[in-house]
Design a protein. Sequence first.
Length: 269
Amino acid sequence: MSTVIELFKYDFFLKAFVAAVFASISCGIIGGYIVSRRIVFISGGITHASFGGIGLAFFLGFNPILGAVIFAIFSALGIQFFTKVAEIREDSSIAIWWSLGMALGIIFVFLTPGYTPNLMSYLFGNILTVSVLELWFMFALNVVIISFFAIFFNEILYIAFDEEFAKTAGLPVGFFNYLIMSIIALTVVLNIRVVGIILILSLLTVPQATANLFTNNFRKLLILSSVFAFAGAISGLFISYFLDIPSGAAIIFTLVLMFGILRLMKVFI
């Protein structure tokens, strides 16, 4: 126990702990909406499209997270536009942006002069390397998400479960869809350093699946999702440190293991 407490004396571990808290809140809430709205693979498309921005940032020499933000938002709005306005099938739209982002990312990384950039922390995450600036970005994102869901909870609820009813009720569904997609894009990108591009989709879905075992109430689902995300992130953080394994993979493995155990308990108890 004393060893665990002593870890918080290290600056890098304290920052990782705070990052886990922030990631749990943002991914718990946004993931709850994504799962309820059944747009999980849209999030996957945004996630992988953001790789194009990381590659562009390395090529031009600016912050990779900023590049990922730009590409993620453009791809989120692009998927929404292709689906609703251009009337392209949603799965096709996702595939177009997904493949475009990954292709551009690979091209830009290949064209980057000098040594090939180390992409491991972006692809698979490394919560132990989160910077203070990234923590501020994550904090700001949490403030935006909590404020948005608190103010427009009923509107979000209607759109998530019955978009047609929301339209007949006079809600600006199109505006909310574009706005929420942008928030999803920001959530995906600003949490990339926690579990990486490859695994971020799991952080947006596994805690929500676990929360669904205990409630179907949307408000409670958002709260429980954040709680389970926090439990998995912190447990995975400690496991990765003591076993010296990648933090992103440890966090996701812990979340899936937690889901499996609780699911079996629900069946047999």
